[in-house]
Structure formats: structure tokens, C-alpha cells
Design a protein around this ligand. Structure first.
Ligand code: BDR
Ligand code: CA
Length: 316
């Protein structure tokens, strides 16, 4: 079993990935930590509790960061045009959900859980990297205790989605992302290079919903606004960004990867750009020397990934 902590900002594609993690038979979802991003952390936490209740998920929810790790950074707008004003595609979600939160802040939940399960935890992070960076700052030794960190974020050989060079999760907190990428732990970076070519059409999701239970029907309903938004970039359907990272946990063979040091540009016109210095490439000395070699996805078997998501969320 893969013991997973899911760090997330639900979020439409976050919700799909959550259902995948919850229903995959080889995954033991042991915690959900929330972060600001697709909406405020109050909203993403409420949404996590809502989905936990609706989908009968046992894992505790711990509320995380509300702002970037560098307090000097100006706040960015919530992307309501992507995920809806409530972060879940404007479906009916109650103002509050009457379920208890874990008493600890998300980064403390991560530290405690990693220490209690040395070598076992797989951190799947699909929002801003703020909680992970806070955990590393407070307890740097967790880097040696985590099995790996699989993130959805960044873009290397394709354009960004919030600027010509940056992807939303990294651009939302570049300093945090640079801390995470350069720490001495294994990071697998599942970025736009692979997630932007992995899509689910409206009719495909609709057909799954017809066959599926209440959870799958809700997923279909909350995805409609997101699919409408994606009409500018996808002929029909939505990019399933966060689910790609979740799939990597159980099916890494569906991805082609390279290895190398990864840095994040912090500030200026390329704010939030991710850069990989592929192992074996020789350059004059630079800010990527002596850093851990991370794993960067450059290829994906999209059809098989989408098929695995379909098969898994249809399991009850
Ligand atoms: C990422 O940004 C968010 O909008 C999605 O949930 C995903 O994690 C894609 O750039
Ligand atoms: Ca997300």
C-alpha cells in the first residue's frame, strides 16, 4: 500500500484526483492538507471537508497556509473564472461543513505523520508548495524520512498557463516551490509538459457519470464550469492536471522522465518559471550546481492515464 498525504487546493481537478486517491485499492490516503490557490484557504478547506463528507473519506483534513511563504509578496487574485467562485465549479456547497478539522496546521500534520512513518510517506502536492516549504523549514530532517514528493506544477519545454513561462501552482508561491525543489528529497515533477496533453472530454466524463455512483455524478456536475473555461485551450473537455500526479503514485511506467536539478525563478518577468538542468548537460558553474537531482516528467501515455482514472473512480 502507498501511504499518501494529499496536499491540495480543491479545486475541480483536485476533486477528481481526490476521488482517484480515495478509490485506488493500492493507496492508503492518510491525510488531506489544504492550501490557498484555486480559492482562499477557508474555501479550499471547506471544499475538502465537503468532499470528505459527501464521498465518505476517512482521512483527516488539516488546514494549511493562507498566504505565500514570503510575506512581502503581493497577493494574487483567486482564479474564479477557472474553478468558480466557490472553487468547485459553482455547484451547491454549504457555507460551512460541520465536520472537525485536525487540530494541527497542515505543515505540522505533515511533519508529525512523516516522523511517525519513516520512509513510507508519499506526499502528493497539487497546489501551492507553501505547506511543504513550511514543513521543511520547521523540520528539515523530514526530507530524509519521506519516500517521495510527487507534485503537479511547473512547465519545462512548453509554455506556462498563467504567464508565458509560468504554471499556476509554482507562480502562486515561487519561493516555496524553490525550497521544495532544492531540498534533499526525491521530487517528481508532473508539469504542464504532460498534464496539458492529458484531457477528458465532456462526453467521456458524462458517460462515466451515467455508470457511476453519486460521487462520480457530483464530479461530473462540478467539472462543467471548468470545462467551459477550458474551451479556449482544449477542443472539448478539461486538462486533468492533478490526477496525473496521483496516477504517477501507482503507475510511474506511464510517464517518460529525465533527471536533473530544478530551480524556480523568483521575481522579474519570468517569475515562477521552472528550469531543469538535465543531468549530463555541461554548463559553466551556475545556481543549479550541487543540488539534488529531481525527476521531471517529459512524456505521458495519456490514453492509459485517463483510462486508469476512469476505472478507478468507477470502483465503489
Ligand atoms: C494547476 O493549477 C490549478 O488551477 C489546478 O488545480 C492545478 O493544480 C494547473 O496549473
Ligand atoms: Ca490544484
Amino acid at each position: 500500500m502507498h501511504k499518501v498525504i494529499y496536499d491540495t487546493d480543491p479545486g475541480v481537478d483536485d476533486a477528481m484526483a481526490l476521488l482517484f486517491l480515495h478509490r485506488h485499492p493500492e493507496i492508503d490516503l492518510i491525510g488531506i492538507t489544504t492550501v490557498f490557490g484555486n480559492a482562499s484557504v477557508e474555501t479550499t478547506t471547506r471544499n475538502a471537508l465537503f468532499l470528505k463528507r459527501e464521498w465518505d473519506i476517512a482521512a483527516p483534513v488539516a488546514k494549511g497556509a493562507s498566504v505565500t511563504i514570503d510575506p512581502a509578496r503581493a497577493e494574487r487574485e483567486w482564479p474564479a473564472m477557472v474553478h468558480g467562485h466557490n472553487g468547485l465549479g459553482n455547484i451547491d456547497v454549504p457555507e460551512t461543513v460541520d465536520l472537525p478539522l485536525d487540530p494541527r496546521p497542515a505543515h505540522r500534520f505533515i511533519i508529525d505523520t512523516v516522523r511517525a512513518n519513516p520512509g513510507e510517506i508519499r506526499l502528493v502536492a497539487v497546489g501551492r508548495m507553501t505547506n511543504l516549504a513550511l514543513a521543511l523549514k520547521e523540520a528539515p530532517e523530514i526530507a530524509t524520512l519521506v519516500k517521495d514528493v510527487v507534485i503537479m506544477g511547473g512547465n519545462f519545454y512548453v509554455p506556462g498557463n498563467v504567464s508565458p513561462v509560468a504554471e499556476a501552482n509554482i507562480h502562486g508561491d515561487p519561493e516555496a516551490a524553490d525550497i521544495v525543489m532544492t531540498a534533499p528529497w526525491k521530487v517528481v515533477v508532473i508539469g504542464l509538459d504532460v498534464t496539458s496533453i492529458t484531457t477528458m472530454s465532456r462526453s467521456y466524463l458524462g458517460e462515466i457519470a451515467v455508470q457511476g455512483d453519486k460521487a462520480v455524478k457530483q464530479l461530473d456536475a462540478l467539472s462543467q464550469h471548468y470545462i467551459d473555461f477550458y474551451a479556449h485551450a482544449v477542443e472539448d473537455g478539461m486538462m486533468v492536471h492533478d490526477s496525473c500526479a496521483s496516477v504517477y503514485v501507482v503507475a510511474p511506467e506511464l510517464f517518460t522522465t529525465i533527471t536533473g536539478a530544478v530551480r524556480v525563478v523568483c521575481g522579474g518577468i519570468a517569475d515562477g518559471q521552472t528550469v531543469v538542468k538535465a543531468d549530463g548537460r555541461r554548463f559553466p558553474p551556475g545556481d543549479w550546481d550541487g543540488l539534488p537531482s529531481q525527476v521531471v516528467a517529459t512524456g505521458i501515455e495519456s490514453e492509459k492515464v485517463v483510462d486508469l482514472i476512469r476505472g478507478t473512480i468507477l470502483r465503489v
